[in-house]
Design a protein around this ligand. Structure first.
Ligand SMILES: Nc1ncnc2c1ncn2[C@@H]1O[C@H](COP(=O)(O)OP(=O)(O)OP(=O)(O)O)[C@@H](O)[C@H]1O
Ligand SMILES: [Mg+2]
Length: 253
């Protein structure tokens, strides 16, 4: 269970997150959608305990993320927007390193690594330097790293990016399995069809504010639109703009 209350994050004079509140129940996948620069990643970093809020509160399974970032990190699995990995380690070395920091018993770690490495099909890269791996393979390493301690809460920032269709499908199925197990999942994406497929609830962020929230059906009804893309464009005030830009492009081509 995640509770976000009146969250504000300022970077100097810039307000990136401007009073956002929402909650994610156990067994729920909450989709954070919003245009570039709207504050999704900032919100997710605070949820993961790696960034302190300017004000407001984030409580993850009863733990205050700002007061106890270390405790929160124990129960959260966070996959950042771009993999942040040690380039001169191999995936095997990284998994062992993370396993020891997390205090995972050796045999348990070996069993989890084996299962996840097989699921994402990266056996052949285990002994290569991470810096030499393709973006998608690094993304898979980053996802596996976040899952090793079997976190109760998952925060996934555009984690399907770069994954091939098979791996994306596997991650999707894993998320649905985690949901059945009762984990709370926050998931950001720009791929609206993906959000429709996996999210129970959507929070639409625009200029640091949560401007709409609900199930996909509720959002469609409220915006009087038939698909999520039109809901997104309408609520972020982009629909007329997109039309005008496309029209202008047509005239100049
Ligand atoms: N470290 C930082 N220092 C200063 N400003 C920042 C920093 N990180 C983010 N910002 C600013 O905060 C705002 C929100 O950024 P954020 O990365 O949270 O957006 P986002 O919704 O994740 O965007 P995207 O869809 O492009 O990933 C942006 O205006 C961004 O420029
Ligand atoms: Mg982002």
């Amino acid at each position: 269970m995640i509770r976000v209350e009146s969250l504000v994050k300022k970077y100097g004079p810039k307000t990136a997150v401007d009073g956002i509140s929402f909650h994610v129940d156990d067994g729920e996948i909450y989709g954070l959608l919003g245009p570039n620069g709207s504050g999704k990643s900032t919100t997710m970093k605070i949820l993961a305990g790696i960034l302190r809020p300017t004000s407001g509160k984030v409580v993850v399974n009863g733990i205050d993320a700002a007061r106890n970032p270390l405790e929160v990190k124990k129960i959260v699995g966070y996959v950042p927007e771009t993999p942040v990995l040690y380039e001169s380690l191999t995936p095997s070395e990284l998994f062992n390193f993370v396993g020891s920091i997390r205090g995972i018993p050796k045999e348990t770690l070996e069993e989890r690594v084996k299962r996840l490495v097989k699921a994402f099909g990266i056996e052949e890269y285990l002994e290569q330097f991470i810096g030499t791996l393709s973006f998608g393979t690094q993304q898979k390493v980053s996802i596996i790293t976040a899952l090793l301690h079997e976190p109760a809460v998952l925060v996934l920032d555009e984690s399907m990016n770069g994954l091939d269709p098979k791996s994306a499908r596997i991650l999707r199925e894993l998320l649905l399995e985690f949901k059945r197990e009762g984990k709370s999942i926050v998931f950001s994406t720009h791929v609206l069809q993906l959000a429709e497929m996996v999210c129970d609830k959507i929070g639409l962020i625009y200029r640091g504010k949560l401007i709409a929230e609900g199930t996909i059906e509720e959002l469609k009804e409220r915006a009087h639109e038939e698909n999520l893309e039109d809901v997104f464009l309408k609520l972020t005030e982009s629909k007329d703009e997109v039309f005008a830009i496309v029209q202008a492009l047509r005239e100049t081509l």
